[in-house]
Design a protein around this ligand. Sequence first.
Ligand code: FNR
Length: 346
Amino acid sequence: VNRQSHRKDEHVSLAIKFYDPQSHAGFDHLRFIHQGIPEINLNEVNLNSHIDKIKLDFPFYIEAMTGGSEYTKKLNQSLAKIAKETGIAMATGSQSVALKDYSLSDSFSIVRETNPNGNIFSNIGASLDVKNAQKAVDMMDSNALEIHINTPQEIIMPEGDREFNWIDNIKEISQNLNVPVIVKEVGFGMSAETVQLLIDNGVKNINISGKGGTNFSKIENYRRKEQELDYLSDWGQTTVESLLEVKKAKVSNDVTIIASGGIRTPLDAAKAIALGADAIGMAAPILYSLIKNGEDETIKFINDFKDGLINIMTMLGCNNIDDLKQVKMLVDSQLQNYINQRNIPY
Ligand code: FNR
């Protein structure tokens, strides 16, 4: 087994080892106001949403995780079956390994083989150029490309990148690829400044992937012999803080905002949408369910998640995702303090 493939297997086993069903992404600092007479029927609620020009039947999808080894090929196949069965979109993990070693590409292309008509998103690191970006898309005939930005993870990885001049590259890929490009974090969140920089460079789709779920600071630190960078385990903005940061940037209506990081329940998802997200990515909960409980239970988990979101939207009197995006929530004093210090218009 080559070293890169081994790392992919380790990411899976450590994400499962550290998995916490409780979210720490800040949703507890927000609450909806109950509306006793919502004047709406459950069967009138519509969950359609979109990422860029891609239409989604449901506003959540399986976020980038894996591929690049024999074991993760099987996982990608199962995830693709689950995505097909539930009609949700799916991203694979970073394809960078398969661009370096093409013999690993079947651990990604299995996703398209399994789900020929589904929405599939490619994933690469921000240091790869536009030619490699196009190769990643071609490998799975993908509907979109995710570029991940992950400075703390690279810094903590002994074998990680040490050069982070990414923005010109991101701009070039965003302008020249034949499918929508999403720039995503991996669980450290984004600031208003980062969001603004991306938008000023032509990025149209942003996944703020915040702190509070899968923690790559912990995972990479655990992979080091001495866990000497443990003091970085709380680095970043939570998913809630990151969505608030977006409100401070000048974001036009044609920009898609995606939330991920610690979304664990339909209530978390509803709150993320009410903070402005058009779509939600979930990674570890789906992987955990698959590995612990199997494909059928994971399909049920996703279908229950759809129902849960419909229940909440009904109680709030929201017919569709755009309605939910307009709902204003109460923030507790701790989050209000963050909002004040960062001058966020909420
Ligand atoms: C990830 N994530 C990730 N992200 C990415 O852009 N490229 C990648 O290759 C990976 N790899 C990966 C492996 C595993 C095992 C997990 C659990 C996650 C990050 C993922 O897409 C997401 O941003 C975070 O995991 C936060 O979401 P959750 O897990 O809290 O729902």
